[in-house]
Design a protein around this ligand. Structure first.
Ligand SMILES: [Zn+2]
Length: 382
């Protein structure tokens, strides 16, 4: 998503970016309206600004309600139909369904409220602007377009098409009685269906009728574009952010004692084979060591104790942490194993191999959708 957008401004620590489809829309409007009146370029630009204004107000609604719920928005990417607000990753982990729905509803609510305010003012003070005249969105009646741009952006975002707000609400509802991964995947497929449906229904009606349908068709294109662009990075990201360490950690693993000799440790029968080991004294974790390290140490210095060969510095993960956070940490540290601790207790480990297996399983599940297992573990909600 970032690759297709340019940074514009930082306000209150929130990075605002504009998606390339905004200038694209401007060109489309210009081309479409070229034969319809004078100053087409100027009027099209103003219409684009009105839609931009609607999207910005929409995002402000999300940002304010998120802030009221103690959640920080990290960055916002503005598209012609909606913005994508990326929440602070720390906050996202603790986001429950009720708060997610509240934040998702805030954007469309602002649009519909503004539309009602401006619309009623027009009806009372300037009825000659013909609020309900066709086409609703046109560069040649900007006050009317101001109202309809708000309705358009607000209503469109309520469609149950992930990554739009309606889709987020749908996902939150699905996830509250199933697992997060299945819920996200299902919400994404419904989103793709909707974008195609919008595109073709807009296109079909357009053939016989006015330019309102063209807007619907364009919305379909942008939604499709957004869903496609989001598909890999954002969906995987959404999955990774929502899968918790607890869901993927290995709980059946072998620990070594610091007083064990290297040859004893290496000769231990292991099924399944394990390459990396937490070293535990009593109930305290004191280090980590890999099979390779032990073998190297034995070759260099002869048989010694685990204590002298182990690494004392290591990272730990909490069971509620997201997979995304842990993946970043593994990447940075070059570690192949991360112990999972709860309080002072070692409750599991995450290894690079088991993470890769899990990710492969996730991507396979994405390409060959199958009904979720009835006893799939639900991701714990905080
Ligand atoms: Zn929104």
């Amino acid at each position: 998503m970032r690759r297709w957008s340019i940074p514009v401004i930082d306000i209150f620590g929130i990075h605002f970016r504009i998606h390339f489809s905004f200038p694209l829309m401007f060109c489309l409007v210009w081309i479409l309206e070229a034969g319809h009146g004078p100053n087409v370029g100027y009027c099209s630009f103003m219409l684009m600004l009105l839609i931009f204004f609607a999207v910005v107000m929409h995002e402000l609604g999300h940002i304010l309600v998120a802030a009221r719920n103690g959640i920080k928005v990290r960055s916002v990417v503005l598209l012609p139909i909606a913005g994508i607000a990326l929440l602070d990753e720390q906050a996202q982990r603790g986001l429950d369904a009720r708060r997610e729905i509240r934040i998702a509803l805030a954007g469309p609510a602002v649009n519909l409220l503004l539309a009602a305010l401006v619309g009623s003012s027009i009806l009372i003070f300037h009825p000659q602007w013909q609020l309900f005249g066709f086409p609703w969105l046109t560069p040649f009646n900007l006050p009317r377009s101001l109202v309809w741009a708000q309705i358009f952006v607000g209503a469109l975002n309520l469609l149950p098409a992930y990554p739009l707000d309606g889709g987020r609400i749908l996902r939150a509802v699905l996830a509250s009685n199933g697992d997060q991964i299945t819920a996200t995947r299902r919400a994404v497929s419904i989103g793709q269906f909707f974008s195609l449906a919008l595109f073709f229904s807009g296109g079909a009606v357009f053939l016989g009728s006015d330019s309102n349908n063209l807007w619907i068709m364009m919305a379909g294109v942008f939604l499709f574009l957004a869903a496609q662009l989001e598909d890999r990075s954002m969906i995987l990201q959404a999955v990774l952010e929502r899968v918790h360490v607890r869901d993927v950690m290995i709980t059946d693993f072998i620990t070594l004692s610091p007083a064990e000799t290297l040859s004893d440790a290496l000769q231990r029968p292991m099924d399944p084979p394990q390459e990396e080991f937490p070293v535990v004294r009593g109930t305290d974790m004191v280090g980590v060591i890999s099979r390779q390290q032990m073998a190297d140490c034995m070759e260099a210095e002869g048989n010694g104790y685990v204590q002298s060969a182990m690494r004392h510095e290591y990272l730990v993960a909490g069971p509620q942490e997201s997979l995304a956070a842990v993946l970043r940490r593994i990447g940075r540290s070059g570690l192949a194993m991360i112990p999972v601790v709860e309080g002072d207790y070692l409750i599991g480990i995450i290894t690079f191999q088991n993470l890769m297996r899990k990710l492969t399983a996730l991507s396979l599940r994405r390409t060959t959708p199958k009904p979720s297992a009835p006893n799939a573990p639900a991701a714990p909600q905080q």
